[in-house]
Design a protein around this ligand. Sequence first.
Ligand SMILES: C[S@@+](CC[C@H](N)C(=O)[O-])C[C@H]1O[C@@H](n2cnc3c(N)ncnc32)[C@H](O)[C@@H]1O
Length: 347
Amino acid sequence: MEQILHTKEGEDEESYAKNSTFQRLVFMNFNHALNRSIRGFCQANLAEAECIRVADLGCASGPNTLLAVESIIDSINRECHNLNILKLPNIQVFLNDLMSNDFNSIFKLLPSFYQKLEESCGRGSMSCFIAAMPGSFYGRPFPDNSMHFIHSSYSLHWLSQVPSGLVTEEGLPLNKGNIYIGKTSPKNVHDAYLDQFDRDFTNFLSARADELVFGEHLFVTLAPKIDDPVAYNVQDLLGMTMIDMVSEGLIEEKALDTFNLPHYRPSLEEVKAIIEKNRALKIRYLDTIQLRYRARSLRATYEPIFQAHFGEGITNDFFTKLAANISPHQGKMKSPINSLVLSLSRT
Ligand SMILES: C[S@@+](CC[C@H](N)C(=O)[O-])C[C@H]1O[C@@H](n2cnc3c(N)ncnc32)[C@H](O)[C@@H]1O
């Protein structure tokens, strides 16, 4: 799963780098909350800090990757100024994603990024150190008590694996005709997804609690579930497009029945319950905002995982049909789409 779960690399028209506007919009809308979280951290720590260690988990590759980093560095600089701290602390930034992420494209952006920092705030590569830390965030990319601020945007709804409970004891598919939790999915499909999310999110929180210095901050955005029985969500439309292709003979029914997205959109209550059960981190701030999706950003997000299951041959056809399917349903799509922001600190 870790080999295929990544956004579409490169810089062509369909790449994630060119199609991450939605995630950018989410980021811009939550920037005030991110700044507030950093302000809290700075007020408690800046007077003594010599080096602030920051991580961005699930950074992908594209313009958004450095957007979050830039905003975090900007906020720290501003707080130094507000607190009359003349010697800026060093900042070490770790960009984390799966091993298959296109880290090389990010490295190519670094010279101009350092130059921009130098020009805007006199901080270049001598006081800000950006490195990659590949590996799953469900594991432990960082040592104990080493990180001051951890950020993760729109990545946590990717599960570590397809839930194991999606087949019967006889090995038959439980979620026929769906690729995620659909309107016709039986209850045990929902339970299997929730169970996997619970395990993954619990591992994520425990790992961050070990990595964060006592009292320090974790800031997360993700796409939550919306309970609206009439509206479609993005995954419904992906599934409907697949079914059309089965009826046209372009995809085998068996291939569709054995395909399930390793993706889960939790409800606000599910997220809260898992955090409260874990206890190592406490909620400082929780909010939702509403935005819209575009078909092209779906391709940049889902293409690698579709290609791995169905093969390269149908990819173009699939995403063209998906775009055509989205237009008539736009009104019924969960629009605007919710996004959830969470600011936590280590207790
Ligand atoms: C939709 S992108 C979001 C990227 C970026 N943070 C943004 O806001 O535009 C999700 C990213 O999470 C990464 N990801 C998924 N599961 C992961 C895991 N277990 N560990 C680290 N990264 C993961 C994917 O490879 C992908 O780059």
